[in-house]
Design a protein. Sequence first.
Length: 247
Amino acid sequence: MQPLTAQEVLQLWERGAGRAAAERAFLLLARARADLGVEALTAMTVGQSEAALLDMRVSMFGRRLSAVDNCPACATTVEVEVDAAALATAQAPSAASTVVGSIEIDNWKLALRAPTIGDLIAIGGEEDASMARILLLERCLPHARTPAGDPCPVLALPPEVQAKAVQAIEERDPAAQLTTTLECPDCHHSWQAVLSIAAYLWTEIAASARRLLREVHELAIRYGWSEDAILGLSATRRHAYLAGLSA
């Protein structure tokens, strides 16, 4: 895909500032998959969305990204560079499915499906993480029956059945969580760190937007140019003018 222009970066940042994370991710996804309408975008699985945003990230900022996490064993902060293109290839989403499928867990009969972007937007306003998980489970597990065949609400399922149902839902969209292996240099403990491409890309776009605004401010003061004129310059020319100001 084509990288975002300077104007598009600022427009995305302005539209997403102050919104919930799921809404910001949807704005990015709508740009990454501009060929799709709203209905098709909201029906995408989380894994499909992350793959599209990863492509967008590579086109804008290149293949290298940093994964940072604290070691679960000794709390040391560990950072490693990840090849985004290789990550996309290794964890590419299947044509996987939001189709409701039937499964039996400990004689409980469940109908479940993978979460969609629409699901995340619908629960995005819930600030309590545990309640958000329950709401998501209810959306992805529309039907449940007891071993005797009676209908059963999700919250009435035994905890062990709920846990296995969550695992089964995750298996329907394994690319929903992109992971990379980290190893602590202090204690040599290894673990899998989860990378949220939507959150990572938004952080980079916000930083780019703030940098662009500083460039516009400095060049407008010096030359009296309009914002449109400055943003219409290539990054190379903007930086050359700014370097001339400080020379």
